[in-house]
Design a protein around this ligand. Structure first.
Ligand SMILES: Cc1cc2nc3c(=O)[nH]c(=O)nc-3n(C[C@H](O)[C@H](O)[C@H](O)COP(=O)(O)O)c2cc1C
Length: 193
């Protein structure tokens, strides 16, 4: 059983991020051999990173309760799907902070991106690929990029069904999850060896 954690990066009131997170969660749930959980950063109110010791150098675990809870969730995972907006041509600070608090628990695990924005969140994803390599993660090639036309539909109808809204991108979701599973299984075996 491969444990996939879906990380919802936006913590903004009225965020669009709920929609792609719900959609990709449904796809992951339907995938055989996978146990999936949504991690909403809104539910992990960590302080901005302020510890004297950097995560890769720490000898004793951090004690802030939210950080402890967050780190335990990352430790459980075999693979990640990050659902992220693009803020000022980059990733949101909420996501970077959540990444910065953890180190070893990210190592040697693959990550896929579901991004959104005027160019499908592509600039955010490219920056995140640089960040996750330093966390010793494997960013996979396949990505879902959701453009403004989908976002406008959601803003016009708050009750829009995410599964219906993003149906035209279903093949992208399947291809991304398939590639994530390949890496997830390969790295799970390698970590165990
Ligand atoms: C601080 C901020 C900066 C933004 N910068 C960009 C940007 O650089 N590129 C883009 O495509 N959209 C940008 N947007 C628009 C977002 O794509 C849009 O607001 C989206 O809904 C944000 O995701 P969220 O609702 O899940 O937080 C920005 C929005 C905010 C709030």
């Amino acid at each position: 059983m491969l444990k996939i954690k879906i990380i919802l990066a936006s913590v903004r009131e009225g965020r669009f991020g709920d929609k792609p997170a719900a959609w990709i969660l449904e796809h992951a749930k339907k995938t055989p051999g996978v146990e999936v959980e949504l991690l909403d950063l809104k539910e992990f109110p960590m302080p901005f990173f302020n510890d004297p010791v950097s995560p890769s150098m720490k000898k004793v675990p951090y004690t802030h309760p939210e950080v402890v809870r967050w780190t335990a969730k990352i430790a459980e995972a075999d693979a990640f799907i990050v659902v992220t907006p693009e803020y000022n041509h980059g990733y949101p600070a909420s996501l970077k902070n959540a990444m910065d608090w953890v180190y070893q628990e990210w190592n040697n695990k693959p990550v896929a991106f579901v991004a959104y924005g005027s160019v499908g969140g592509a600039r955010s994803v490219e920056q995140l690929r640089q960040v996750v390599v330093e966390l010793q993660m494997v960013p996979i090639r396949n990505t879902v990029g959701i453009t403004f036309d989908y976002m406008m539909k959601a803003f016009q109808d708050a009750n829009v069904n995410p599964v219906e809204l993003l149906k035209p991108l279903d093949d992208k979701a399947k291809g991304t999850i398939e590639q994530l599973l390949w890496w997830g299984n390969a790295l799970q075996t390698a970590r165990g060896a």
